[in-house]
Design a protein around this ligand. Sequence first.
Ligand code: ZN
Length: 365
Amino acid sequence: MKIDIPHHLSDEDLEAQLKSLARSEQEATARLISRLAEFDGRRLYRAAGFSSLFNYCCEVLHLSEPAAYNRIEVARAARRFPDILRMLGEGSLSLATVRLLATQLTAGNWQELLPAAAGKSKREVEQMLAGYFPRPDVPTSVRKLPAAKPPAVPSVPTPPMPYGPRPAGTAADLPLASPSPPLPAPVRRPVVRPLAADRYEIRFTATAQTRDQLRAAQDLLRHAVPTGDVGQVIDRALTLLLEDLARKRFGATARPRASRGTAPGSRDVAANVRRMAWSRDGGRCKFVSKNGRRCNARAFIEFHHVEPYGAGGEGTVDNIRLLCRAHNAFESERFYGRGRPAKSNSSRDEFAAVAVLGAGRPLPP
Ligand SMILES: [Zn+2]
């Protein structure tokens, strides 16, 4: 599709087309939101090989992360209050104003709030909501501030923070909690910034205790890291942490003990089975969609019985595979049907795991 800058148009035609296209975009947005709402409701992203609608939107729909975030929030609001779709299509509400309204809309106030927000800008809706829902003054706080600004680094534009804190005492300082299913962490100023192919700048705020522990570790490691290089110290600390997490949560260990196994028919998965399954599947969700896309999620990993436990499936290495929570529930629903608790086909060992092993650092055998 070839699109040129329309130098040839008259001023009148240019403005007319601009208005027409903006209207079309609003209608297209409303239609997209409506489909997204239904797609979300049916959780079809799971069958497509994704553990979340957010990832699906970014990878398949090619939405930017903030765009995906906004549209998912608006779609979920529109499922609760379908009038939002009509108003988006008319252009009387925008994605930004719907997101502001979404946290405040209830069955008792939407018929007043939606018309009141029609045609208003984001700033005007913020002001309007502050009138409807006044908040108390924020208490005075005393914070220790850095003595000097850190060395200047090229600033990165800060995208809007859907749930993050906002400057206190402003009209924007409104409740931001959403009752909808959780989305991934909101996009915010990056704390891990690539500097070169394998070099990263990592910034975070630490407590005085963490600072003291870092200094103590630097001193104790002088023989191995004479310069006290923080990157190397943190790398060693994280290596130990990840090995410890893997041992506790996945049964991984450098010196596995002979397993006592589990009783026949037990839903429990023995430590040696967990360890082998975790190692074989690389600590990632092994779900593969019909079109061949493997999920590969690393968070919220669970042990899934390939032949369902409820159908006599045993907790053997061959019958256990790693799935993320979303795909474990998906497989469970495929077997048992919807409405049954998602954990029906998973081991009792369910982890809110944030293991990030892999990526060039093999787990101890
Ligand atoms: Zn998955």
